[in-house]
Every structure is written in structure tokens, then in C-alpha cells.
Design a protein around this ligand. Structure first.
Ligand SMILES: Nc1ncnc2c1ncn2[C@@H]1O[C@H](COP(=O)(O)OP(=O)(O)OP(=O)(O)O)[C@@H](O)[C@H]1O
Length: 244
């Protein structure tokens, strides 16, 4: 079988939690090597969409394929090819930064040397002996990204990687994310920061209330709407400020 040219294909996914239609018919594709952003305000359905695409959650309807393989039922063959950044709160308890990444490495059958190289590549070698709960917000985010990358996945998912960071730490993380993408990996991120999406993403999908309102390059969306920023595009599409 020839390899699928798309990294991700999502077709008509829906997910309801009780009375809440969290995802309401979402369709998009991400090309190999693309840096793709899923944008939307709180509760738009970004995380649920990502979890379905990653194969962590079963959709009520619709399908998602990753690298040409269905993501549900969870597919062990895909696990070594994708990296999912877990929130820092999902670290193993009471381990140092080095112990965390070594633990992830051994779960994936990756060498300790490679784990140390990843720690170095996110600038945390000097923090190797620090327990994860003593790291700053930016350091913890970088450690969680390093853990998601330790097995050298082709496709990387990052959920709000820069939330809660100060402006300098955000910029440092942008450099790291650009490097991950320019090394040839497909990157999908969700973010609340539209300026960040404008700077980093090749294309974005703007979500609201479980649906995708628009997909395009940030520059095209801004130009076709006749405004100055992605914040203005959102306002134009919904009549609401992105941050209410
Ligand atoms: N496990 C769950 N059980 C019940 N409702 C849920 C669950 N997960 C999400 N929801 C609801 O589904 C909707 C979409 O949530 P989701 O987390 O996917 O949005 P989001 O865009 O990622 O939001 P945020 O930016 O706040 O993380 C919200 O109304 C949320 O309250």
C-alpha cells in the first residue's frame, strides 16, 4: 500500500458529552510536514478534537486517520510514530527531570543516551536533577515536549504548549517548536494565543462551538476578511471578541 500523502485526515467527527455537543461535524486534513493550528476560545472543542485524532477518545460519528491508519480503535502501530505532549500534571510523581525523560524513553524502548540528548535539546541538562514540581512553568513545558519527542515521532500533538508562560518563555518555546517542525515533523497545536498561531502556523482551523468556521493560512484568512489580525478574523466570523 502506498503511504497516504496526508499526515491526518479527519472526516465528519462528532462527540457529545451529555447535553454538550463538544464536536459537531469536524472535517480537515493536515499535510505531511505542515505546522497546523487548531484555534478557538474556551470550550470550542479543540481538546476533544485532538483526543479523537490522537486515538485517545472514540468519536460518536466520523473517522480520523493518522499516517494512513485509522486512529480508532487505538492502534499500537501508530504509538511509536506519534508524540503527544501531556500536560505537566501528567508527569510521573516525584521524579527529577532526567528520571522523567528516562522513564518515557524506556517505555518506548529508546536509549538513555537519546533521552539525555533530548534533555539537552530543550535546554534542561542543568535542571536534570531537579524534581518536576520544582521546575518553572516554562521548564516543565519544555520537559513535557521533550518527553513527547524522545522516540522521534513523525507527528507531534501539542495542546496549549505555551499557556501560562511569560512572554520571554513563550518566545523561547516558539524557537523550539519551529526547530521541531523544520526537522521535518508534522506539528499540530492548539492555542488560545492567536498572535502565536499567526507566527508559527502554516495553516489554522478556527473553531467555535464544536465546528470549524474557517481553514487557511493566517495571511489568507486576514486578507480575505480585510482585517489586520486573526483576532479580527474571529470577531468578524462570530461577532464576538476572541476573549470575552
Ligand atoms: N469529559 C467531559 N465530560 C463532559 N463534558 C466535557 C468533557 N470534556 C469536555 N467537555 C465539554 O465539551 C466542550 C468542549 O471541550 P474541549 O475541552 O474539547 O474544548 P477546548 O476548546 O479544548 O476548551 P479549552 O480551551 O477550555 O481547553 C466544553 O463545553 C466542555 O465543557
Amino acid at each position: 500500500m502506498t503511504e497516504d500523502t496526508a499526515a491526518i485526515r479527519v472526516d465528519g467527527i462528532r462527540k457529545r458529552y451529555g447535553d454538550v455537543q463538544a464536536v459537531d461535524g469536524v472535517t480537515f486534513e493536515v499535510g505531511r510536514g505542515e505546522f497546523y493550528g487548531i484555534l478557538g476560545p474556551n470550550g470550542a472543542g479543540k481538546t476533544t478534537t485532538m483526543e479523537i485524532v490522537e486515538g485517545l477518545r472514540e468519536p460518536d460519528e466520523g473517522t480520523a486517520t493518522l499516517l494512513g491508519e485509522p486512529s480508532w480503535p487505538r492502534n499500537p502501530k501508530l504509538l511509536s510514530r506519534i508524540g503527544v505532549q501531556l500536560q505537566a500534571s501528567a508527569f510521573f510523581e516525584k521524579l527529577t527531570a532526567r528520571e522523567q525523560i528516562h522513564t518515557f524513553a524506556s517505555l518506548y524502548g529508546v536509549s538513555a543516551t537519546r533521552a539525555d540528548e533530548m534533555l539537552e535539546s530543550v535546554g534542561l541538562t542543568e535542571k536534570g536533577d531537579v524534581r518536576d514540581d520544582k521546575l518553572s512553568g516554562g521548564q516543565a513545558q519544555r520537559l513535557s515536549i521533550a518527553c513527547a519527542l524522545v522516540h522521534d515521532p513523525e507527528l507531534v500533538f501539542l495542546d496549549e504548549p505555551t499557556t501560562g508562560l511569560d512572554p520571554q518563555a513563550r518566545r523561547n518555546l516558539w524557537d523550539l517548536l519551529r526547530g521541531i517542525n523544520s526537522a521535518g515533523r508534522t506539528v499540530v497545536l492548539t492555542t488560545h494565543y492567536l498572535d502565536e498561531a499567526e507566527i508559527l502556523c502554516d495553516r489554522v482551523a478556527i473553531m467555535d462551538a464544536g465546528r470549524i468556521l474557517r481553514i487557511g493560512t493566517p495571511a489568507d484568512l486576514i486578507a480575505e476578511t480585510g482585517v489586520d489580525t486573526l483576532e479580527d478574523v474571529f470577531l468578524h466570523l462570530t461577532g464576538r471578541e476572541f476573549r470575552e
